[in-house]
Design a protein around this ligand. Sequence first.
Ligand code: GLU
Length: 507
Amino acid sequence: MSKRVRVRFAPSPTGGLHLGGVRTVLYNYLFAKKYGGDFLVRIEDTDQTRYVPGAEEYIFDTLKWCGLEPDESVQHGGSYGPYRQSERKESYRRYAEQLVQDGHAYYAFDTPEELEKMRQDFKTPENPSPQYDQTIRMKMRNSLTLSREDTAALLAAGTRHVIRIKMPAGETVSFTDMIRGEVSFDTGTVDDKVLLKADGMPTYHLAVVVDDQGMQISHAFRGEEWLPSAPVHILLWKYLFGLDQMPQWAHFPLILGPNGKLSKRDGAKYGFPVFAMNWADPKTGERTEGFKEKGFLPEAFINLLALLGWNEGTEQEIYSREELIEKFSMERVHSSGAKFDYEKAKWFNHEWMKRVDVHRLKPEVKALLSEKAIPVPDDKLLEKVIGLVKDRCTLLTDFVEQSSFFFATPETIDTGAVKPKWNEAKQLFFAELVRNYELADTWDAHTLENNFKEIASVNDLKPGELMLPFRIMLVGGKFGPGVFEIAAIIGKTDTIKRIETTLQLLK
Ligand code: GLU
């Protein structure tokens, strides 16, 4: 690769970040790191009507949580700024004007009413929504149909206008997509997109090309939904800067939900998160759940996203960020849609739960417990408990159930699970166990287990049948790690108190 690798993520600040958006960030990031290049974030906020307050901060918070921080951005600085398109407004007009001068674009003065009339007048059963294109442009009010003088007069009078690209007729434009290979388009099928709007802001089409050039982008990666815009961008590259300057493109496959393209609505409908973090739309109040708050580890989240559309061609599924940087390649990204499976996503998280160490989890578990008002013990004890239960937690949020009984008496005791097989002999066994434990001077899992088994054997009872009741007494339900380890951690007083409380309930 001759040019320095420079890639960008170019979100519009219109809402929360969908899985697909974070995957675009991830693939950009991996590619940049793999080739020792730069990853930048450019905020594409030229459509002021779609601007949503808070969305920009949300994007950066998400990248931080995922550990995918850019090298350059509004927040990180860099020498190709400003990194917010609204602050680059002045730079776009001259390119649009240059296109007009070169005959590749034109001024269009049509009012919204005239445009509406065009859509009505040219509507046919075959073409229900006619577009401003080469078949129609000569019937509209623009610098192609007006005389030079009339156009100049309208411009001099400050008449509202846009600048549109003049799509050539019957040309084929093609480019080589790093994932899809050669892709060709017939220019005749594309409408004359607006490049500069009446408010002087560029549209995405003009801004993306001008900024990718200005920021020296070597590779432009984005979702498949942008593929239809590619011919417009290629022509703009050709007209403004020359095709040899154009970045290499790759269009990532769609992420599919249970019914076609994964949508926010799927999340609410099927009960899984679709955004990276919780998002509340300030305009509509609509809330969308995020992977972070659902209890996913960022390590697992990026791992599962990496595999939504890419694989190395082996059976390996668990990858650290470093390994992904080493192994990722654009050529192995699939061109067809990648199906999102929430059960599989949880599997990834569980695998990562087993892999990350106790210290990594401690701050998160602490925060979770205090959120639920569960008294958090000293660090040593907390570490021990995390070590004991983490393999049983699929999501971080499972720590609440899996560990709170260590620190607080269970609120409910599932006596129903014990009652059917409860009898006098078991009642007596636990009474004896209490007496024995009261006298114990060593309180460790091994001693507690030995004493338990000895009393069972003397009374001719099977220890296996006594373990479940013991667990229910200490934990409240049928879960948790080894029951003697639990007893060892909760200590003599609490163990005895919990046995006695349940014995009362079972009487
Ligand atoms: N602003 C576009 C978006 O919101 C960026 C597309 C691109 O990366 O070129 O997705």
